[in-house]
Design a protein around this ligand. Structure first.
Ligand SMILES: O=c1[nH]cnc2c1ncn2[C@@H]1O[C@H](CO)[C@@H](O)[C@H]1O
Length: 340
């Protein structure tokens, strides 16, 4: 196992499903909380954060998530947070990451859209220069904030159009937030050349995934684990090669699954559904991308070659340029070959 752990650590990787604020390190969260002590429920002591990040259910997780979002008050906070995410990804040998960013939440809290986009782009340039990691953005609609947030997210995406923006998403709760209502916004985002990557089938059943495919033109599905409850849907995803972005520990920690051993990833893979393995909100869930690879290796009974294939699949499912994909695949192959 130690061998596999160190193999995973050194493996060049792509991360396709990781949230911006959900990637803030405990040190940064605690620092921000200390700055706003008295006005925030978030503990200013990093040692107490683990308890704070203990979630009763998905709704509680979103409540806690938004309390951390509340700590980010200006574009300097955004710049620092984003740059530090780049550092942590690079530490794990992630070369390319699609980061889900929710501009609406920050704009609503008083950061101008232009300043927000400049901050993430500055961090993107800094992360490429200083850490050798390529960051790309998925701007997501926070589902709980409804259609006004969809309107505003689309407006920011199209008016600001930061260089790193490649896709349009939909996050937050699924219960009480039907996907079809967001169709007009996804239509416009897709017409403008953005890829469609909504969350679906994380906390509700397969119908939500069907809706994401039919109404939102999903090219990949965030989570999508409920597909395992529907043979026809799994066959459809396999036939069309529509990948799921699977985040095992997240599903455990938000209590979408009761036990990792009950996680449907193996059933999905057995049905031929393309999957990548991702970390979602790593410090909040007490995980890392490396740990997610190790967990997937255990659940899928993978050896070094199987884990290498997982890394390759994430690159293939990504929206990186063809040259970028070829280069990263070659780097993965060279790493595998050098390990004997
Ligand atoms: O696992 C997740 N599922 C859905 N949304 C999530 C998850 N992790 C973080 N967010 C974030 O929750 C906020 C509120 O909608 C959004 O910012 C979304 O990106």
């Amino acid at each position: 196992m130690t061998d596999l752990t160190s193999f995973i650590a050194g493996l060049p990787k792509a991360e396709l499903h990781v949230h911006h604020v959900g990637s803030a390190s405990p040190r940064i969260v605690a620092e921000l909380a200390a700055r706003h002590e008295g006005s925030s429920p978030v503990p200013a002591d990093p040692a107490r954060l683990a308890d704070y990040f203990e979630f009763r259910d998905f709704a509680h997780f979103i409540e806690v998530y938004l309390s951390v979002v509340d700590l980010i008050r200006d574009d300097e906070d955004v710049r620092l947070l984003t740059y530090e995410i780049g550092r942590e990804l690079a530490r794990q040998n992630v070369r390319y990451a699609e980061l889900t960013v929710t501009p609406y939440s920050s704009v609503k809290r008083g950061i101008a859209a232009k300043a927000f986009c400049e901050a993430i782009e500055d961090a993107r340039a800094g992360a490429a220069r200083d850490f050798g990691v390529e960051l790309r953005w998925c701007f997501d609609i926070p589902g709980e904030a409804g259609l006004p947030s969809a309107e505003e997210t689309l407006r920011i995406a199209l008016d600001e159009r930061p260089d790193g923006l490649i896709s349009f998403g939909l996050g937050g709760p699924e219960i009480g937030v039907p996907r079809p209502q967001f169709k007009p916004y996804f239509d416009k985002a897709r017409a403008a050349g953005l890829h469609s990557v909504p969350h679906a089938g994380e906390t509700t059943g397969p119908q939500t995934i069907w809706d994401a495919l039919t109404d939102l033109g999903a090219e990949r599905i965030g989570h999508g684990i409920a597909a395992a409850q529907d043979e026809r849907l799994m066959a459809h995803l396999a036939e069309r090669q529509i990948p799921l972005e699977v985040c095992p520990t997240s599903n455990l920690r938000t209590r979408a699954v009761a036990d990792l051993d009950e996680h449907p990833i193996a059933r999905l893979v057995a049905a031929g559904v393309p999957v990548s393995v991702n970390s979602d909100d790593p410090p909040m869930f007490g995980t890392t991308l490396e740990q997610e690879y190790a967990t997937a290796a255990r659940l899928l009974k993978l050896d070094v070659d199987g884990v290498t294939d997982l890394a390759r699949d994430a690159v293939r499912h990504s929206f990186r340029s063809p040259e970028g994909k070829t280069a990263l695949l070659a780097e993965i192959d060279a790493y595998r070959a050098a390990q004997g």
